[in-house]
Design a protein around this ligand. Structure first.
Ligand SMILES: N[C@@H](CCC(=O)N[C@@H](CS)C(=O)NCC(=O)O)C(=O)O
Length: 214
């Protein structure tokens, strides 16, 4: 069985959703980041980068990066159509998924959630968080434009890029960062998907489903 290493409410939530979308059986291992589980030798043997998500395939190969895992799931379960047809549309999925993971998460939210990794000096932390917030606001403003006139990020069809966008929208919701209208609609749309509802419930965030009921 696939082995999935995750932390509830983190970026691994996006991969958790994709695993539910493809309908494959998998075993969950909770990595408690606050307790430092990611630095334990047994976890480093799977993922030397000490990060989540990680996924160990049935053949024993470990995948240790959001985009690689998402791409592998989409290609391994093509009937779920998590990638569009055609190279140009695939490239757009890659570009937009990378933007959510690398910029909105890696440059923006990371400055807010793990400020000390950007600068050890506490006197600088407020400025770093403000910089993170600016990156987040600019990032969502661009995503708002991408979503103009369409329900999903690429070609008006759900793809792995939407699962990546979902987890940063979820963080925005959680940290009271206002989303521009098209991102808010996208977030609400994804909250209607059964795999998303299942994952949020399993990860302990059912209250979000209740608060967004309309
Ligand atoms: N670029 C990485 C990002 C993964 C990442 O940053 N994960 C965070 C949690 S959302 C993490 O593992 N942090 C480790 C830590 O806080 O020590 C990927 O694509 O997998």
């Amino acid at each position: 069985m696939i082995q999935f290493y995750m932390t509830p409410g983190s970026c691994s939530t996006g991969i958790h959703i994709l695993l539910e979308e493809v309908g494959e059986l998998f075993e969950v291992h909770i990595v408690n980041l606050l307790a430092g589980d990611q630095f334990k030798p047994e976890y480093l043997a799977i993922n030397p980068k000490a990060s989540i998500p990680s996924l160990v395939r049935k053949d024993g190969i470990a995948l240790t990066d959001f985009q690689s895992i998402a791409w592998w799931l989409a290609r391994t379960y093509p009937r779920r159509a998590l990638l569009p047809d055609g190279l140009d549309a695939e490239l757009q999925v890659l570009e937009r998924m990378n933007y959510a993971v690398n910029t909105l998460h890696g440059q923006g939210f990371a400055r807010i959630f793990t400020t000390e990794k950007f600068c050890a000096n506490p006197a600088e932390h407020q400025a770093i968080q403000a910089q993170g917030r600016e990156i987040i606001d600019q990032g969502f403003a661009l995503v708002h434009q991408w979503l103009e006139g369409q329900e999903y990020l690429v070609g008006n069809r759900y793809s792995i890029a939407d699962a990546a966008l979902f987890y940063v929208e979820f963080w925005a919701n959680y940290t009271q960062v206002p989303l521009p209208p098209n991102c808010q609609e996208h977030f609400k749309r994804l909250l209607e998907r059964p795999p998303v509802r299942q994952v949020l419930t399993e990860e302990g965030y059912a209250s979000i489903l209740r608060s967004w009921r309309h």
